[in-house]
Design a protein around this ligand. Sequence first.
Ligand code: SF4
Ligand code: SF4
Ligand SMILES: [Zn+2]
Length: 178
Amino acid sequence: MKVTRPLEPEPRFRAPCGVFCPTCFLYMGNHDDPARLPHASVVLGVPEEDLRYEGCGSPRTAARCASCAVRRCAEERGVDSCADCPEFPCSLLRDAQEKSPQLREAEASLHVRRKQGFSGWFLRTQEEFRCPHCGTLNSVYDLWCRSCGASPSCPFAARNGEEALAFWKNRPSDFPRP
Ligand code: SF4
Ligand code: SF4
Ligand SMILES: [Zn+2]
């Protein structure tokens, strides 16, 4: 069953980088789209049990996320997100944005978070990932809606989906970490 209901801004979704955790590849694989997890496991060469993920703000994050430089930096600086950091937007964040399709609009996303706070940002941002036809939440990697097949699957994928797919195909040994 794909997610169509509005999601609440839970603390576990407080990714400091501006990523919307519920549409992260790993999060979907651990929740409503379990077929993604074995795929990620093969691509990464990491056992599925090491890819358990409940959101970047949760203590239960995959090892790769626990070692994320942006996450560590925000922790060390004691800021809830990069939006609260005086260095924002720094080269570390811009670098991460450059490397990952899921982070492609991180800087813009964090500007919204700075203005609207976490809850306002969360409610607004989820609409960027919602199918305009059936309301299902999709990821940047879903060129077609996971429920109704509409394309593009959501506004975010309309802007970044083709690039995301090329990224995935061109880097089979890497994982498009959020
Ligand atoms: S890129 Fe880093 S900070 Fe952003 S969601 Fe992933 S682990 Fe968290
Ligand atoms: S220095 Fe950069 S990566 Fe670190 S918290 Fe500030 S904006 Fe985020
Ligand atoms: Zn749909």
